[in-house]
Write a protein that binds this ligand. Structure first.
Ligand SMILES: [Fe+2]
Length: 310
């Protein structure tokens, strides 16, 4: 496989893998490894979101068993939901400490993050936040977090901790990106080849008040990390991405879109309750539109990390 050119904007890239990429089950040309991986992946794969939930007693001091249960789920599905026993507190140290106990600590500080690099996801009616959908009541289509980041600062894991759910709506769909990869590869391995090209998609530059916040960024959709794991960068929001102008890439991105719009058994759907949090290796997710209760507004804390959980 030809490795994508990391480019000056990207710095050191996980694409320069120390594992033999051609031996990876995620390589488009390795049928044997892929089929073995697929069989193992689908064996006992959870069928409902309830199977992803791990009750935890004290989030600041997880027991060995709680950690093991969370990590086992993450290994299988790239996601797990902790469910804290007791009242939900407005305390950002809870998700931060859960992250530390799960081995992640390199937080990405985006422009809307609070000083501690966690972001309060809530409806904001003024300032910089108003131009970004997460701080409104609108729904958000399929994406992985930080798809617009440079490749040297990829978001490999994420925590979404719920303090107060929306009065109405604000649900999430969750899709293990490895399953999306699997379904796309089953359709045509060449689609994977196209989606791994270093110029498969370009995220247009972001200019605010005449100031360049972020330049155009090109990169692949699927990447194999140096640990041999699969990473995905994606947005279904058409205005946020320019797909490579060739037939195969266009067909591949349409096939992926169709897969994500299908209702398959591997898709999880639910709403985080107060005191619950999603821990994930940046899986594909959506958010439905919601109605806020002004006296009890929706509040979630989000942490994005440069490390994978497991
Ligand atoms: Fe997101």
């Amino acid at each position: 496989m030809t490795l994508p050119d990391a480019g000056s904007d990207f710095g050191s890239s996980d694409l320069n893998s120390s594992v033999a990429i051609s031996e990876s089950p995620f390589h488009f040309d390795n049928d044997t490894a892929f089929l073995q991986w697929k069989e193992k992946k689908l064996s006992d794969y959870p069928q409902s979101i309830e199977q992803l939930i791990v009750p935890v007693n004290d989030p600041k001091a997880l027991t060995t068993l709680e950690c093991l249960q969370l990590k086992t789920l993450l290994l299988k599905t790239n996601m797990a939901i902790y469910d804290i026993n007791g009242d939900a507190e407005e305390d950002k140290s809870i998700p931060e400490l859960i992250g530390r106990q799960m081995g992640i600590r390199q937080l990405d500080k985006n422009e809307c993050a609070d000083d501690d690099a966690f972001t309060s996801i809530q409806v904001v009616d003024e300032g910089l936040h108003t131009i970004y959908i997460p701080y409104s009541e609108k729904g958000i289509n399929w994406h992985t977090d930080g798809y617009y980041n440079r490749l040297s600062e990829q978001i490999y894991s994420m925590i979404l901790h719920c303090v107060r759910p929306a009065a109405e709506g604000g649900e999430n769909q969750l899709w293990d990106h490895e399953i999306a990869f699997m379904m796309l590869r089953d359709e045509n391995p060449d689609y994977i080849k196209a989606m791994m090209a270093p110029d498969a998609m370009t995220i247009p530059k972001n200019v605010l008040n005449g100031k360049l916040v972020r330049p155009d960024r090109s990169g692949p959709v699927f990447m194999i990390t140096r640990e041999g794991r699969l990473h995905m960068r994606y947005t279904a929001r058409a205005r946020n991405v320019i797909w490579k102008d060739d037939k195969l890439t266009q067909k591949a991105q349409q096939a992926l879109r169709d897969i994500l719009n299908s209702r398959c058994e591997y898709l999880f759907h639910g709403k985080l309750n107060a005191g619950q949090g999603l821990l994930c290796n940046n899986v594909l997710h959506t958010r439905t539109a919601f109605k806020d209760d002004k006296d009890n507004p929706r509040l979630l804390y989000r942490g994005r990390y440069y490390d994978r959980i497991i």
